[in-house]
Design a protein around this ligand. Sequence first.
Ligand code: HEM
Ligand SMILES: *[C@@H]1O[C@H](CO)[C@@H](O)[C@H](O)[C@H]1NC(C)=O
Ligand SMILES: *[C@@H]1O[C@H](CO)[C@@H](O)[C@H](O)[C@H]1NC(C)=O
Ligand SMILES: *[C@@H]1O[C@H](CO)[C@@H](O)[C@H](O)[C@H]1NC(C)=O
Ligand SMILES: *[C@@H]1O[C@H](CO)[C@@H](O)[C@H](O)[C@H]1NC(C)=O
Ligand SMILES: *[C@@H]1O[C@H](CO)[C@@H](O)[C@H](O)[C@H]1NC(C)=O
Ligand SMILES: *[C@@H]1O[C@H](CO)[C@@H](O)[C@H](O)[C@H]1NC(C)=O
Ligand SMILES: *[C@@H]1O[C@H](CO)[C@@H](O)[C@H](O)[C@H]1NC(C)=O
Ligand SMILES: *[C@@H]1O[C@H](CO)[C@@H](O)[C@H](O)[C@H]1NC(C)=O
Length: 345
Amino acid sequence: MSFSRHIVAALFCVALLETPVCVAQDQLTPTYYDQTCPYVTHIIRKILLKAFLNDTRITASLLRLHFHDCFVQGCDGSILLDDPNTTEKVARPNANSVRGFKVIDDMKAALENVCSQTVSCADIVAIAAEQSVVLSGGPSWAVPLGRKDSRSANRSLANTVLPGFNDPLDLIKAKFAAVGLDTSLDVVALSGAHTFGRAQCLAFDQRLYNFSGVGDQDPDLNETLAARLREICPTVGLTNLTNLDQTTPDDFDNVYFNNLQVEEGLLRSNQILFSTQGADTVEIINQFSSNQTAFFEAFAESMIRMGNVRPPAAVVGEVRLNCRVINANNSITTASADARLVTSI
Ligand code: HEM
Ligand SMILES: *[C@@H]1O[C@H](CO)[C@@H](O)[C@H](O)[C@H]1NC(C)=O
Ligand SMILES: *[C@@H]1O[C@H](CO)[C@@H](O)[C@H](O)[C@H]1NC(C)=O
Ligand SMILES: *[C@@H]1O[C@H](CO)[C@@H](O)[C@H](O)[C@H]1NC(C)=O
Ligand SMILES: *[C@@H]1O[C@H](CO)[C@@H](O)[C@H](O)[C@H]1NC(C)=O
Ligand SMILES: *[C@@H]1O[C@H](CO)[C@@H](O)[C@H](O)[C@H]1NC(C)=O
Ligand SMILES: *[C@@H]1O[C@H](CO)[C@@H](O)[C@H](O)[C@H]1NC(C)=O
Ligand SMILES: *[C@@H]1O[C@H](CO)[C@@H](O)[C@H](O)[C@H]1NC(C)=O
Ligand SMILES: *[C@@H]1O[C@H](CO)[C@@H](O)[C@H](O)[C@H]1NC(C)=O
């Protein structure tokens, strides 16, 4: 029973040619490029390092890029597409916020030089995310590979499925469940990504000035931190940046969880994981706060689960030649030549 369900899920039917064709949407595997592009991780790391020397924040930005790719119709590079009618880059959670596109372009260009038409943009983002965590002091994991890039983006979907900084806990859990992730362990572990990177004032300033619409402050925000944040964000709606982890801003560590315990989570959506009475997330936060190894292991496992969110069959897969645009029709055949054609229906 579970075997046949597995087969059904693995079939990926597309109208690629005149007759619809089913392509196996293979299981991802860390060894996917071992024969075709053995230095893929090395090449990505080299370009990441160069970018990091100029911009320490880039590691956080690339991790977030993978998250925002995977939640919207699966990890398919859809967030990288520039088509003005559909681009996810201007969706509310992404606009003037998601970054790292230029570095992904540089990685793609370097890979096209070495092993052309082989490595998908979605896989580049997945590897860049893992290497970014490692470079910042976090865990490493064997990244499952073999994703294909989508032939479409979906802005309205991006506006709906990505979690927002004011979402209540139930909604955050529902959005994780909607992509097949766990509503407690994955939510807590992956939210630990806020151990580095920045946020704009507008993502948390209502906690400082107008929490429930009566000029009040969020009772779950530490007073000392609130005072400091009011200096950085003197009025509402500013784009000034501050650190998500105010204690160790650029280190990938478990201090973010210690912060939650003293009401120093910057975003409301983070603090509620700890401050919601009776929530099943509290115990996990306490565990990660006291044991960084436990956090690192859980984070790696959750990243693999998130990286496994697959696009629906209707999203045709290819290896894009340029991460910002879908391939012209005459290059699809080449790009999908290694996609194993299993049957015609
Ligand atoms: C649980 C729901 C989540 C919410 C509501 C949320 C929301 C946000 C917001 C509002 C920002 C600041 C954006 C800005 O001000 O421009 C941010 C930054 C960030 N998020 Fe999340 N996030 C969530 C989960 C995640 C997950 C699952 C990851 C990765 C696994 C992640 C990684 C990051 C990183 C690394 C940054 C900093 C990016 C940078 O500095 O460029 N977040 N997030
Ligand atoms: C260096 O980083 C900044 C962002 O902090 C970016 O605007 C700039 O383009 C980067 N320069 C190079 C040479 O990559
Ligand atoms: C974008 O939408 C406009 C108006 O709906 C349409 O004329 C145009 O062809 C579309 N562009 C692309 C690239 O699909
Ligand atoms: C985009 O997502 C919406 C849901 O927000 C869905 O109804 C629609 O069919 C999707 N469009 C495409 C082209 O996949
Ligand atoms: C506070 O929020 C309320 C309700 O959303 C709004 O009517 C009011 O204008 C806000 N006040 C300020 C100072 O932003
Ligand atoms: C916040 O941003 C405003 C406008 O961009 C700027 O004038 C101000 O100096 C910034 N304040 C701080 C504390 O960074
Ligand atoms: C607020 O933070 C300070 C210093 O970080 C800490 O001593 C205090 O216990 C925190 N308050 C609460 C309510 O957690
Ligand atoms: C910390 O977590 C790791 C991984 O789950 C576990 O093996 C170890 O025993 C834990 N350490 C303590 C002191 O609980
Ligand atoms: C590819 O072909 C389809 C149908 O034949 C057409 O609708 C579409 O516009 C073409 N796309 C490109 C990028 O040429």
